[in-house]
Design a protein around this ligand. Sequence first.
Ligand code: PRP
Ligand code: ZN
Ligand code: MG
Length: 224
Amino acid sequence: MPEQRLRIAIQKKGRLSDDTVKLLKACGIKVNLNTQRLIAHSDNMPIDILRVRDDDIPGLVMDGVVDLGFIGQNVLEEESMMRKVANEPTAHKVVKELAFGECRFSLAVDNDFDYQGVQSLANLRIATTYVHILKRFMAEANVPYTSCMLTGSVEVAPRAGLADAICDLVSTGATLEANGLKEVEVIYRSTAVLMQRDKPLTGDKQDLVDRILTRIDGVQTAKE
Ligand code: PRP
Ligand code: ZN
Ligand code: MG
């Protein structure tokens, strides 16, 4: 039996969650997210919402597990680079640029680190989740370093003695501040996008996607 309901992946908890849920609501998609459930069914449309870690969203779309995903460009870029190296599918369509989720992917060090430019990081350990984007930046800057891949809690790495610096997403800066870190270099600027699986959707599902896209335009124009 073909999957009749449109599946949309959103970030469960983090920078994009609130704005994504607000946008879905503004688009008229009614869904109860006041539960801990991984999958939430919309009451008024044939839509299922999957709530996952943002870093898992690009892969879920590229593998065709979900039809749509709300994701930061930087996370999408990192997953694409990772999959190319691993020879895994990367095909997808970016169907909408969104007016939220603005963030920077930045290098940060302890407040008392005497930072004189990226050369100050030569031969040090840098913790990050997004190893490929960092690697590209450091190669262009021609600064050797040791990469320390952490999938979460990157911001505690310096104090925990796991790394000398970190490279992570910064939105309000609250996470850095809470961990005694200062932002010293912006590597990548990003906003959220809506991505769709590459394989064509059945007629009904694509019609629904088109309606959602039109509604998003309406919501975003109204805000300008
Ligand atoms: C990112 C990053 C920080 C936080 C920064 O997490 O890893 O934890 O956002 O935001 P702030 O500057 O407003 O404090 P993300 O939303 O990607 O969640 P995750 O770490 O669970 O993937
Ligand atoms: Zn994340
Ligand atoms: Mg985080």
